[in-house]
Design a protein around this ligand. Sequence first.
Ligand code: SAM
Length: 238
Amino acid sequence: MTGFVDKWDELIDWKKRWVSEGDFFVEQLKDRGVEKVLDAATGTGFHSVRLLEEGFETVSADGSAEMLAKAFSNGQSYGGHILRVVQADWRYLNRDVHGTYDAIICLGNSFTHLFSERDRRKALAEFYAMLKHDGVLILDQRNYDALLDGHYGNSHTYYYCGEEVSAEPDHVDDGLARFRYRFPDQSQYYLNMFPLRKNYVRRLMREVGFQRVDTYGDFQETYQADEPDFFIHIAEKG
Ligand code: SAM
């Protein structure tokens, strides 16, 4: 996994990623008057650094100490930011992270790493509990519906930042989506993910208490069910 992460970070230019995401998340947060944000899936720090650049008070959490170390050094390199990092598993977030937040973000198709429904419910309930009464959770996911329903066959390839890195589904069924990532030096890595259906995630969010869930496709408010590569759920607590 470390090899994969280093390669990914080397090749996925943060500036290009910044441009391709645009201001979507930042606008969503600013429109709601958000000040304090928990980045629950910090990874190598891309979103945390972006939030800090935009002036949000940001705490950066991740279950992996190794990721947080990488994020911390990336923060120093990109703009001299000192990240406030906390090692925390989403399922026990309230034990390890203190305070309440205006917003929690869980981005980069991270939620797909939980393989049991119990864990997904627990994680969403922990996010819910850490939000202020009018807080918002922003969580994204790959569009697995299209894959599961066979719209892309097994040959659809996702390219990141030009054609330097590609991800292709290697195996897809109701319980597992395994992707093959290929890098320009011919190396390849396999990652196992849980294929979240869009409406399933929306339902879980409502069941743990979120009052309103809006889902966007590839940063657009209107989308056709099988078109976008990613969905972004914006779940409001109050
Ligand atoms: N948001 C970042 C981005 O978009 O570049 C990183 C996303 S990375 C794909 C997913 C991250 O989620 C990893 O850093 C992993 O350690 C973290 N993660 C996975 N399961 C977790 C859990 N149960 N609790 C906390 N973090 C977890």
